[in-house]
Design a protein around this ligand. Structure first.
Ligand code: PA5
Length: 493
């Protein structure tokens, strides 16, 4: 049987270096057949009803898990044709009108948005003029840390842009900035503190700067809107939804990700179509034909049988680095658990590590090749690049440089990945590769969705709740009183 699982879309999962003698074996898989069947049934049940056995919200109440509904727009689940139209028309309304968007959020309210931005816009978006951006606004991120220097510098940047707009002669036109504040709970310290600093300072520059605000927040709790929802109601800010049952790390397929995408011209419909296509490919109970279940099974068994308790997520391409960062949260928060569902201490989890090829071949690969045999390296390869400069024969007298001349850059990149994978495999190191036919919204939807669904399956295999994060409450219980104390000391009240 082929060791590559290919979908009709061209997306492929190559597990040749993860499965077989000396790796995860057929016998390993057979030994957990009952668990795999149960994991498949549990995820089917979650799809149909939202019920995940034993899953409770942080308040201890049973909570549905509904992220698998998000791609099914036509069926009118959580995203509907009209909600998508609203997003598209909101984004379109910014074109040739709003100069910059600042997206505030942290964790699940930031990481997925950065992925969409990077794939759509790349590194130099904000240095391009409006025409080169096709009329879409510039885009900045904030709130993903409480960093005083970066917050001040972002503010200074916006003020400088406003000044330069005014100096360019369009005095009648204010500099228009939209602040998108994203918080499911509606009160996250990091997000709200940076938002308040920025809103206050920008509003002080009226009428040269015109500030608008849009909010993405969770539903009312016990009839009460979230704090952010209440502010939006009082101030008439447009509100978009983080639906009940969609946790932060799964929310890139909800209005959390879609709104930001719509504001920079990212094809949110193709993105959801890619997620849907992956979901449909993952319905079969045949483990080796179900890409997410097979990925989960191999990673689970690589940990249990081969001691691989670290996963290096290594896309080959700069603009996929944020995908690795998004995956770090998904894997760490979902599977890093003290207790299993029976209450037994298991300390389950696999440590996720961000790497980028070829960059980290000059930094981490030494460790992957010669260090502890506790890693699985998950590569991501883009098969066709929209832009692909030819490496010229610029110095024909230098043999070392002529060796690579005449090659498109993508060939050199692919060769680097292939040589890395081959060298690791030759030493019995475990690796796998996801292939994206192209770096576009559809295939990105497939990639993020296979990763999200794999986590749901692995939670079932490991017997842990992949949808809670009780561990983050520990520091929050300390931080709240600490801040109150500091405020009391500073202000006297
Ligand atoms: O995945 C999660 O639940 C977290 O990372 C949250 O997204 C993060 O803490 C931000 O929370 P909120 O959206 O409530 O501001």
């Amino acid at each position: 049987m082929d060791n590559v699982l290919r979908l009709d879309s061209g997306f492929a999962f190559d597990f040749s270096n993860l499965f077989g003698p000396g790796r995860v074996t057929q016998e390993d898989v057979a030994s957990v057949a009952a668990k795999l069947a149960a994991a498949h049934s549990a995820v089917e049940r979650m799809r149909a009803t939202g019920v995940v056995e034993g899953h409770l919200s942080k308040d201890g109440a049973p909570e549905l898990v509904l992220f698998t509904q998000l791609p099914y727009v036509q069926e009118g689940n959580l995203n509907t044709p009209s909600s998508v139209r609203r997003l598209l028309s909101f984004g379109e309304g910014l074109r040739h009108h709003t100069d910059a968007v600042v997206s505030f959020g942290i964790g699940g309210s930031f990481l997925g948005n950065k992925v969409l931005f990077d794939v759509q816009c790349g590194e130099f978006w904000n240095s391009k003029d409006t025409q080169a951006r096709n009329g879409w606004p510039k885009c900045y991120f904030s709130g993903n840390n409480i960093d005083p220097r970066r917050t001040s510098e972002l503010l200074a940047q916006l003020l400088a842009e406003a000044k330069s707009k005014a100096a360019s002669g369009s005095y009648a036109e204010p500099y228009r900035v939209l602040l998108i504040v994203i918080s499911k709970s509606g009160a996250t310290l990091d997000t709200m503190s940076t938002f308040m600093v920025m809103l206050d300072a920008l509003q002080a520059q009226a009428p040269q700067i015109e500030v608008a605000v849009a909010v993405v927040t969770g539903p009312p709790v016990a009839g009460e809107p979230t704090l952010l929802g209440r502010l939006a109601e009082e101030r008439n800010w447009p509100v978009f939804a983080v639906p009940d049952g969609v946790g932060g790390r799964f929310s890139v397929f909800s209005e959390v990700g879609l709104l930001l995408g719509a504001c920079v011209g990212f094809d949110i419909e193709a993105f959801l179509a890619g997620a849907r296509s992956m979901d449909e490919a993952c319905r079969t109970p045949e483990v080796r034909r179900n890409p997410a279940l097979w990925n989960a099974a191999l990673k689970y068994l690589a940990a249990q049988r081969c001691g691989c308790r670290t996963e290096i997520f290594m896309p080959y391409g700069d603009y996929l680095k944020s995908t690795a960062e998004w995956y770090v949260q998904l894997l760490a928060e979902s599977l890093g658990k003290r207790l299993d569902r029976t209450g037994r201490e298991v300390h389950y989890g696999r440590t996720p590590v961000v790497a980028v090829g070829t960059t980290d071949m000059h930094a981490q690969t030494q460790l992957h090749q010669d260090g502890p045999r506790d890693k699985v390296v998950q590569f991501v390869q883009v098969d066709r690049w929209a832009e692909d400069p030819l490496i010229p024969d610029l110095f024909p007298a230098v043999p070392k440089l002529t060796e690579i001349s005449g090659l498109p850059m993508s060939r050199a990149l692919d060769a680097a990945l292939a040589s890395n994978a081959t060298a690791l495999a030759a030493d019995g190191r475990l690796t796998a590769t996801f292939h994206l036919p192209e770096m576009n919204a559809f295939h990105l939807g497939e990639l993020l969705y296979i990763l999200a669904l794999s986590i749901a399956y692995e939670g079932e295999l490991a017997g842990v709740d992949a949808f809670d994060q009780p561990g983050v409450e520990a520091y929050k219980k300390i931080l709240g009183p600490l801040l109150q104390e500091q405020r009391r000391v500073r202000t006297g009240c």
